[in-house]
Design a protein around this ligand. Structure first.
Ligand code: GLU
Length: 424
C-alpha cells in the first residue's frame, strides 16, 4: 500500500508523502474542490508483481516489481521503468505522480505512470537481466499498451531493456507493437534525438533562467551530481554554450576542476576508467560535498532526496536546475527558498526526455518517421514554451517556480478530470 500520512516515520524523507503534500498545496493555491484534489492525488492503479527468474546457476530467485498509473485523465499513462535496489511502492507512486504533473506542465497528451523492479542490475548477467525484464514485461502486459500506458527508460534501464519489453509485448499480442515503449533503438521504431533529450531540456532551462535573471551564460561555473545518461551529455551541452563545468560526482567519488572540465577528455577518461575520479588535474572531494564546491549553478542528475536542509544550507551555487527526479526534499526546498536560490523543478527541467518520448510514440503511431531537424525544432519549442509559461505564472502567483509548475500541472489535470466527469 502507498503510505498514508499517519503511517509516516517522522523525519524520514518519504517521496510519496512529499509529492502528496505538494499536490494538496497546489489544490489550496488554486482553490480546487477537496474531492477533486483527492481524486488527483490518489493513484488510479497499482500493480505489484512477483518475478521469478532462473539464474545462470540454475537456481530460481524472486524479485518484486511495480507498475503504477497515477492519472490518465489527459491521456495514456507515461513514465519510465527503473531497476534499483532502493525501489519500493512509495517511490514508484511518487514518481508516477511526478510524471502526471510533468506531462501536464509541458502540455503533452499523457497522464503519468512509473514502474520499477527492486534489483541491483549490476549483479546480474546479461541473460539474467533479459529473463528478468521479459518476465516483468509479461506480468505488466495487461496494463500497458500504446493507448494505455507507455513505459520508457529510467535509472539503469536503456534501449536494450526497451527492446526486450517491446518484443515481449509484441509476441504476446501477435503483432509488432512499437508504440508500447519509447526510448527504443532506431532500428525498431526509436527516434533520433531521444538520447540526450533530457540533457538538452535541462540546458534550455538553465540558459532561459540565466537570461531571465540577466546573468551571462559564459563562464558560469556548474557542478553536476551524476555522470550517467543525463549528466554526461550535459557536460558537453553546457560547455558548448560557454558554461564551465567545475565539479562532477558519480557513485565512485567526486572531483573538482576549478579551471573547467573538457567534455571530450572526460568522455574518454570515463570510457577507460568507468568513473570521473582520476580526471587529469582534478582534486578529489567527498561525494556528499559536491554542492559545496565554489560554483554558480548546481545540477543534481542522480537519485532523489539528496538536497535536504543541510545540503541546501551549504550549497554554494545561486541557481539549482533539477535534472534528477525528486532530488530536493521539502525541507531542502524551504531552505533554498529562504536563501532566494531559484530552482527549476524536475517536472519542468527534465521534461525534455518525456517530450522526446511523445515524439517517438507519435512517429510510431503514424508509422512515419520525421526529419531529425523537425524533432529538434519541436523539442526546443516545447521546452521554451513551457519554461516561459511557468516563469510568467510564477510572477503572477508570486510563488516559487516549483510551486507554480505543480500548480500549472494540477490545474491542467483538474480541468481534464472535471470535463470528463465522474464515472458511473
Ligand atoms: N524516465 C524519464 C522521466 O523521468 C522519461 C519518461 C518517459 O519518457 O516516459 O521523465
Amino acid at each position: 500500500m502507498v503510505t498514508r500520512p499517519n503511517e509516516a516515520v517522522p523525519h524520514e524523507f518519504n517521496p510519496w508523502l512529499h509529492v502528496t503534500s505538494l499536490i494538496e498545496q497546489a489544490g489550496r493555491l488554486l482553490k480546487l474542490d477537496e474531492g477533486l484534489v483527492k481524486r488527483i492525488v490518489t493513484p488510479e492503479r497499482i500493480l505489484e508483481v512477483a518475478i521469478p527468474v532462473r539464474m545462470d546457476s540454475g537456481k530460481v530467485e524472486m524479485f518484486h516489481g511495480w507498475r503504477i498509473q497515477h492519472d490518465t485523465s489527459r491521456g495514456p499513462g507515461k513514465g519510465g521503468i527503473r531497476f534499483h535496489p532502493s525501489v519500493n511502492v512509495d517511490e514508484i507512486a511518487a514518481l508516477s505522480a511526478d510524471m502526471s504533473i510533468k506531462c501536464a506542465v509541458v502540455n503533452i497528451p499523457y497522464g503519468g505512470a512509473k514502474g520499477g523492479i527492486k534489483v541491483d542490475p549490476s549483479s546480474l548477467s546479461r541473460h539474467e537481466l533479459e529473463r528478468l525484464t521479459r518476465r516483468y514485461a509479461f506480468s505488466i502486459a495487461p496494463m500497458i499498451g500504446p493507448d494505455r500506458d507507455i513505459p520508457a527508460p529510467d535509472i539503469n534501464t536503456d534501449t536494450q531493456v526497451m527492446s526486450w519489453i517491446m518484443d515481449t509485448v509484441s509476441m504476446l499480442r501477435g503483432h509488432n507493437t512499437p508504440g508500447v515503449v519509447t526510448g527504443k533503438p532506431l532500428a525498431i521504431g526509436g527516434t533520433l534525438g531521444h538520447a540526450g533529450a533530457t540533457s538538452l531540456g535541462v540546458t534550455i532551462c538553465t540558459s532561459a533562467l540565466l537570461q531571465r535573471l540577466n546573468r551571462p551564460t559564459i563562464e558560469q561555473r556548474v557542478v553536476i551530481q551524476g555522470y550517467g545518461k543525463v549528466g554526461a551529455p550535459l557536460v558537453r551541452l553546457l560547455s558548448e554554450r560557454g558554461m564551465k563545468v567545475v565539479g562532477i560526482a558519480d557513485i565512485r567519488g567526486a572531483i573538482h576542476v576549478p579551471g573547467g572540465i573538457d567534455h571530450e577528455v572526460m568522455s574518454q577518461h570515463y570510457s577507460e576508467h568507468g568513473t570521473v575520479v582520476g580526471y587529469p588535474g582534478s582534486i578529489d572531494v567527498p561525494s556528499d560535498q559536491i554542492f559545496t564546491l565554489p560554483s554558480d549553478i548546481a545540477i543534481p542528475a542522480a537519485l532523489g532526496g539528496f538536497i535536504d536542509a543541510k545540503v541546501a544550507q551549504s550549497m554554494s551555487a545561486t541557481i539549482v536546475v533539477e535534472a534528477a527526479n525528486g532530488p530536493t526534499t521539502g525541507d531542502g526546498a524551504a531552505v533554498l527558498a529562504s536563501r532566494n536560490i531559484p530552482v527549476v523543478p524536475d517536472v519542468l527541467a527534465n521534461a525534455g526526455g518525456v517530450v522526446a518520448s511523445y515524439f517517438e510514440w507519435a512517429q510510431d503511431m503514424q508509422g512515419y518517421m520525421w526529419e531529425p531537424e523537425l524533432f529538434q525544432q519541436r523539442l526546443e519549442k516545447t521546452m521554451h514554451e513551457a519554461f516561459n509559461h511557468i516563469w510568467t505564472r510564477h510572477q503572477q502567483l508570486e510563488a516559487t517556480l516549483r510551486d507554480t509548475a505543480i500548480a500549472v500541472g494540477v490545474e491542467r489535470i483538474a480541468e481534464a478530470t472535471e470535463l470528463r466527469g465522474l464515472f458511473p
